[in-house]
Ligand binder design. Structure first.
Ligand code: AMP
Ligand code: ZN
Length: 722
């Protein structure tokens, strides 16, 4: 008996197909104006696992997964990112259909690489416009929709159950809509079924009884699921972000049109996060399957990783956890590879029953995986039994356990190197032996030195990650430890090795007798690593951190703030160059207990919206180009807010935190530093820059708008409360 959580009734219930043995299942598929990312794929994996368990109930699964090639993308085109892709492709002489086709093909490849079985039908929205139009007509006939200027809206007030799936009420939605709802709508929760084509729109428009236009996003899924699965479907899947408004709206319009149950069981998967926030193109924290391949991972390691948590739990993705998953996967493949002795069918059956029971219990994949591991490690099994059991369990898990696990490369390619390394170790030449170790690793071999002979094993993704960090949490937090020196300089390098070298050289030139440590984050930029290695070799006061992906600015800074041991912290942009000893004045100024931060550049604001460069000494905020504060302050303020992935409001947020502790910030106009170029800013595409700034602004304003008292000269007329 398969039990799954049902979003509508909010309980784990038995899945009961209306006409067993058929199970009709619909999954909201990809929007094909951008690459599918592994967050999307986590949701598709959920559907795949459900299908596999459904089949062992003896059901014949009919699975439909739509391709959104019109509708949803319109909303995105309005936002900047999507727009550019299309603009670029159009510039390359392609049609929207061609672009959609390319991303659709990429989506199919990505699913295949994750072992996701294809759905039975992948209907495209653009091929089903007549069905959508027919559905909209039905809603109009039934008085559940209304037309304003060629645009048709669904009338949510006419559907009393509206809000049941997401737990929203129309009153709540009214309030949430705020001051400027679409004036054409009768209620702010009403949604577009059909939109009139805006003047000049040539592409992706269709004639309809309501006029020329194009369908809304939600109507697609209702029309396509009815077209292939009938009016009542057994199971509908998606990510939790689909619950509202997408599925709420699908539900309202489908049941409105048919007066029968639309979906018997709603299953939603929790999100995949990266750097602590939902993985989404607009956040700039997505990974595609290709990104994983490029970094040397087996895509099925991602599938394994997803199986280690329940689908109702958020999963924060890191490359470090992926590497650990890959090691687990390889080990299982290795255990499944032996085929000796006689197979014991009873043992195989016991495992299969246990795995099936775990999966039938609201898809408890972690428990199933634990059972697989216990079985795989059991000492009293023949190789053949172990293999048979693992492969049987894999029919549900889909981890490709029958695949060969990697063997050591041909000794001809590495044995000589390994032998000379042994020789070097005997002679106590450890630097050379260490260098040889790295070379071996690059050849895919890890030497394991024991008391006797050195053993060799295949390098895993984990071994290759040596020295990389996925998150500042992997850097030991030294904030509670006593000072070891005077100044810790924090530098984050997002490329531009020449700037980095100039900045570092100026610190070295002017540090004099001061004890200065330099903490540098190589923020996943290929061209910096070699330069940095040389710098660190020549100067033992340099400590380096290599990020395995581009950390947000806040997170990258925090890696250095956790490791710092100086009395003060000096944050520098790589575009800054010291032109004299700035350490003496900084140390002196920051001995004043009333001062929270000092720096070369600062800003003032009257309303928390706009910050203007200041010429005064007292300022509201110090610019992060050159920002110094006592390390001990971090105990009171906490680290930087990592949700700021982009510069400036990150620093200002820190300044205001200091202000909220009653501390002043001083701009030191004669501090001997100059700013060459802030390349991170200048070389970011203006559209992208604006988008990132907007994201940060919303966060910042929400946090501080009600604290005009923190500003030196708040404008009493500015409505900081809006
Ligand atoms: P979209 O292409 O945005 O319509 O998303 C396709 C599917 O991926 C939907 O079912 C979403 O709910 C799901 N999805 C989007 N982002 C994530 C994420 N970060 N984690 C899990 N599922 C997601
Ligand atoms: Zn959908």
């Amino acid at each position: 008996m398969l039990r799954l959580h049902d979003t509508l009734t909010r309980q784990v219930r038995e899945v009961e197909p209306r006409e067993p043995p058929r199970l009709r299942m619909y999954s909201c598929g990809p929007t094909v104006y951008r690459s599918v990312h592994i967050g999307n794929l986590r949701t598709y994996l959920l559907a795949d696992w459900i299908k596999r368990v459904a089949r062992s109930q003896g059901w014949q699964v009919m699975h439909v997964k739509n391709i959104t090639d019109v509708g949803h993308m319109r909303q995105e085109m309005a936002e900047r990112g999507g727009d550019k892709v299309i603009a670029a492709a159009l510039a390359a002489g392609k049609s929207p259909a061609e672009i959609a086709g390319e991303f659709e093909a990429e989506f199919h490849r990505a699913e295949a690489m994750l072992g996701i079985e294809p759905a039975d039908v992948f209907p495209r929205a653009t091929d089903h416009v007549p069905q959508m139009v027919a559905l909209v007509e039905r809603l109009l006939e039934r008085g559940l929709a209304y037309t304003v200027d060629g645009t048709v809206y669904f009338d949510t007030a006419a559907q009393p159950a509206y809000g049941a799936l997401s737990g929203n009420s129309l009153e709540q939605l009214q309030r949430a809509a705020g001051a400027e709802p679409d004036p054409a709508k009768r209620h702010p929760a009403d949604f577009t079924l059909w939109r009139q084509a805006e003047p000049g729109r040539q592409l992706m428009v269709w004639d309809s009884p309501f006029g020329r236009g194009y369908p809304g996003w939600h109507i697609e899924c209702s029309a396509m699921s009815m077209a292939y699965l009938g009016e009542e479907i057994d199971l509908h899947t998606g990510g939790v972000d689909n619950i509202f408004p997408h599925h709420e709206d699908e539900l309202a319009q489908s049941e409105g049109a048919t007066s029968t149950t639309f979906v018997r069981h709603w299953v939603h998967g929790q999100h995949l996060l990266a750097d602590g926030v939902k993985m989404a193109k607009s956040q700039g924290n997505v990974y595609t399957v290709q990104d994983l391949l490029d970094r040397g991972f087996d895509p099925l390691a991602f599938r394994y990783l997803c199986a280690t948590v329940r689908y109702g739990t958020r999963l924060n993705f890191t490359l470090a956890s992926l590497a650990a998953a890959q090691r687990g996967l390889q080990r299982l493949r290795q255990l499944a590879s032996r085929d000796d002795g006689a197979a014991d069918p009873a043992r195989v059956l016991t495992l299969a029953d246990a795995v099936q029971a775990a999966l039938e219990d609201n898809l408890d994949l972690p428990r199933a995986l634990a059972q697989v591991w216990t079985f795989a490690r059991a000492r009293d099994l023949s190789g053949a039994t172990r293999r048979a059991g693992l492969l049987q369990a894999d029919a549900w898990l889909g981890l490709g356990l029958e695949q060969p696990f990697p063997a050591l490369p041909d000794p001809g390619s590495w044995r000589t190197l390994a032998d000379s390394r042994t020789q070097e170790r005997r002679q106590g030449d450890f630097p050379r032996a260490d260098a040889a170790r790295v070379s071996l690793l690059n050849l895919g071999v890890v030497p394991e030195d024991g008391p006797g002979e050195t053993a060799y094993r295949v390098a895993s993704a984990l071994d290759r990650r040596h020295g990389l960090i996925s998150s500042p949490l992997e850097v030991a937090d030294q904030r509670g430890e006593p000072d070891l020196g005077e100044i810790s300089v924090s530098i984050v390098s997002n490329g531009y090795p020449d700037d980095l070298a100039r900045c570092v050289a100026s610190i070295q030139r002017y540090r004099g007798e001061h004890s200065v440590e330099i903490l540098i984050v190589d923020n996943d930029s290929k061209d910096v690593a070699p330069r940095l290695q040389r710098l660190a070799q020549e100067d033992s006061s340099i400590q380096t951190f290599h990020a395995d992906h581009q950390l947000g600015e806040g997170a990258a800074r925090n890696a250095t703030l956790r490791a710092a041991r100086g009395e003060l912290i000096l944050i520098l942009d790589t575009g800054v160059e010291l032109t004299g000893d700035c350490f003496t004045p900084l140390l002196m100024l920051l001995r004043d207990p009333e001062i929270g931060a000092v720096g070369r550049w600062g800003a003032l604001s009257r309303d928390m919206r706009e910050f203007v460069d200041a010429e005064t000494i007292d300022v509201d905020a110090i610019d992060g180009y050159c920002l110094a504060f006592k390390r001990g302050r971090l105990q009171e303020t906490g680290l930087f807010d990592e949700r700021y992935r982009f510069y400036r409001l990150l620093d200002f947020n820190y300044s205001l935190t200091l202000r909220s502790l009653g501390l002043k910030q001083h701009r030191v106009a004669d501090l001997p530093v100059i700013m060459h170029q802030h390349r991170g800013w200048e070389e970011t595409d203006p559209d992208e820059r604006e988008r990132l700034s907007r994201l940060n602004f919303r966060r910042f304003f929400e946090r501080w708008h009600h604290r005009p008292d923190l500003l030196l000269s708040a404008d009493p007329a500015a409505s900081v409360h809006s």
